[in-house]
Unconditional design. Structure first.
Length: 280
């Protein structure tokens, strides 16, 4: 940890801050440099990475795109030092619109991820986001992608963990304190993990989560029936045709989607509403 802290203090773009609730929460936040500056820091040309683009793909119609960028592990080492992968923390990606994606460090050791900033042979860095009913969405400054061709098991997860418009990357251990009180740890660990991964990029639980639509689900779900909740997460456009909320894991088998939605609902129903919120 000392080696990481020393690296952060030396970099002008790094902010180190402490947040506190019931326990201390440490977070290192790095505002990403301009693309031209990142290329200079990396001291190597960007790679070409071909992936199945989950935002534009549909069942039976997979769209492949070749992006330009760097392995995420190399960028993390540049930002946080060589010990980044040894920390008990999440990597957080904050987007310009308030979307926040938090991904466990272990996942970056299991699969190959890349931080990209362009599309090969194209001047525009945009995507059609079918799941959110939006077209020509800017992806910059940066976009996190995964090699789902070499690891096709990732295809069923769709666009989960593919945040775009990233302008800041952090390393934080705030998730456990915010989402899993001691009295729920034994029974609801999996439920908490599912909620964090699939809901809290846009929404929040007791102050922890994204800022795109920051309602506190710990409060909101207490007044919602399970069948209504499931329809919202599984078929959001059936509730509101104009919504930009994507359906939960629509490439997965329906029984598995129903099970995940049920576990998320059960967890949110029993999760206490905190009087003091974790700082994001």
């Amino acid at each position: 940890m000392n080696r990481i802290l020393g690296r952060l203090i030396m970099m002008s773009s790094i902010l180190v801050f402490w947040a506190a609730s019931l326990v201390s929460v440490l977070s290192y936040a790095a505002t990403l440099p301009l693309v031209i500056d990142l290329q200079s820091q990396m001291q190597r040309p960007p790679q070409i990475i071909k992936v199945v683009e989950p935002h534009s793909s549909q069942p039976g119609r997979l769209v492949q795109v070749e992006y330009l960028g760097y392995p995420a592990a190399q960028v993390f080492e540049q930002l946080f030092g060589p010990d980044w992968k040894d920390q008990d923390a999440d990597i957080e990606f904050r987007a310009l619109d308030g979307y926040v994606s938090r991904i466990e460090i272990a996942r970056f050791q299991q699969y190959r991820a890349y931080l990209v900033f362009g599309i090969k042979d194209k001047t525009e860095f945009v995507v059609d986001n079918i799941g959110q009913n939006e077209k020509h969405i800017p992806l910059g400054p940066y976009y996190l992608i995964w090699d789902n061709i070499s690891a096709p098991q990732l295809l069923a997860e769709g666009a989960i963990d593919w945040p775009y418009q990233i302008h800041q990357i952090s390393m934080s251990n705030s998730r456990k304190q915010a989402l899993l009180p001691d009295e729920l740890a034994r029974t609801y660990a999996e439920h908490s993990h599912l909620t964090q991964r699939y809901c809290l990029t846009c929404h929040q639980v007791n102050g922890y989560g994204g800022d795109k639509w920051p309602i506190n689900l710990a409060t909101h779900i207490k007044t919602m029936q399970e069948d209504v909740f499931k329809q919202w997460v599984l078929e959001p456009r059936a509730r509101n045709p104009a919504t930009t909320m994507p359906p939960l894991l629509d490439a997965m088998p329906e029984a598995q989607r129903q099970e995940i939605a049920e576990k998320i609902y059960q967890y949110l129903l029993v999760l206490p509403v905190a009087t003091d919120s974790i700082v994001n």
